[in-house]
Design a protein around this ligand. Structure first.
Ligand SMILES: Nc1nc2c(ncn2[C@@H]2O[C@H](COP(=O)(O)OP(=O)(O)O)[C@@H](O)[C@H]2O)c(=O)[nH]1
Ligand SMILES: [Mg+2]
Length: 296
């Protein structure tokens, strides 16, 4: 692929340092990834920063992803020691299960406290994830009802606001912002396809092309079912057919592929074509194993 999907937001180092500081204050980490790209939307640094803390991993936007793949990714991360729940933070679907795993994550901490003679100290948690993954939505939906802020507590860094989730759990009300690893081009492409990179630095047509390629290969029939266009191997040709169907014409009656790609991407990102997962467990597991071998 000719183009480079790169994205270097400012203040990355500062934000990372902030997370490192905040992590010292919490017992449990609630990490959000996008269920459509559970590998690419996961920051690798958090692993090192959060050593020895129970980790809850939420496959957020599960409503937009392939339900069967949600199950496979859940198993994959459970095998790595996470407590995993597919959720829809917008609707609150999965809330019950989230409550359950948070309680489970807290149990270890409460047990440890009890052995040290500490009783009735609430467990503290923090939400982390890359931009746009749904952190604010999650906090609003899941803590919104319990929005009573507990204010500053003695011995805690000034200015931190805690939201009480229930009698056992307090949540830091500012989410920690992480960044995806962009060394791998395919990670950048995945992040771009779900719409988490500013569009102006991307070539819409190229993304439309990649999306056509992916959908015809992994979910054959999906584009035909939605738009009534005949699918073909040639993604350029397919984009043309889509543009024709949507009557995307520029001045002079020429097909406007860029505009058509924009429509296609919008529909995909909003779940209007269907529920799709861009990454397969197998593919990504093989890859991480290879990476490990190289660095050793
Ligand atoms: N369909 C769907 N959309 C979601 C979900 N969670 C968040 N969103 C949407 O994703 C966008 C980014 O969410 P936001 O909470 O601002 O992300 P943040 O940057 O991590 O705080 C918003 O448009 C949300 O409405 C979800 O579970 N399902
Ligand atoms: Mg936010």
């Amino acid at each position: 692929m000719a183009m480079q999907y790169q994205w270097y937001p400012g203040h990355m180092t500062k934000a990372k340092r902030q997370i490192q500081e905040d992590l010292k204050l919490v017992d449990v980490i609630i990490e959000l990834v996008d269920a459509r790209i559970p590998y690419s939307s996961k920051n690798p640094d958090i692993q090192a920063m959060a050593a020895n803390k129970p980790r809850v991993l939420l496959l957020n936007k599960a409503d937009l992803a392939d339900a069967k793949k949600n199950t496979l990714w859940k198993e994959y991360y459970e095998n790595q020691g996470y407590l995993v729940v597919p959720v829809n933070s917008k609707s609150g679907d999965g809330a019950k299960e989230v409550g359950k795993v948070i309680a489970q994550a807290c149990k270890e901490k409460t047990e440890r406290d009890r052995k040290k003679g500490i009783l009735n100290r609430p467990v503290r948690a923090m939400v982390v994830g890359i931009p746009n993954v749904g952190k604010s939505t999650f906090i609003n939906t899941f803590a919104g009802k319990a929005i009573a802020k507990t204010g500053n507590k003695p011995g805690v860094t000034k200015g931190k606001q805690w939201i009480r989730l229930n009698k056992d759990v307090e949540l830091l009300d500012t989410p920690g912002i992480l960044w995806p690893k962009f060394e791998d081009q395919s990670v950048g492409l995945c992040i771009a396809l779900i719409g988490s990179i500013n569009d102006e630095i991307l070539v819409t047509t190229e993304l439309g092309f990649e999306l056509c390629r992916f959908l015809t290969a992994e979910y054959p029939g999906a584009l035909t079912a939605k738009y009534g266009i005949e699918e073909c191997q040639d993604a350029n040709e397919l984009l043309q057919r889509f543009a024709k169907k949507r009557a995307c014409l520029s001045k002079g009656g020429v097909l406007d592929i860029d505009k058509a790609s924009g429509f296609l991407l919008d529909d995909f990102r909003n779940g209007k074509i269907g529920q799709f997962t861009l990454e397969q467990v197998k593919q990504r597991v093989d890859k991480s194993e290879n990476e490990k071998t190289v660095s050793e």
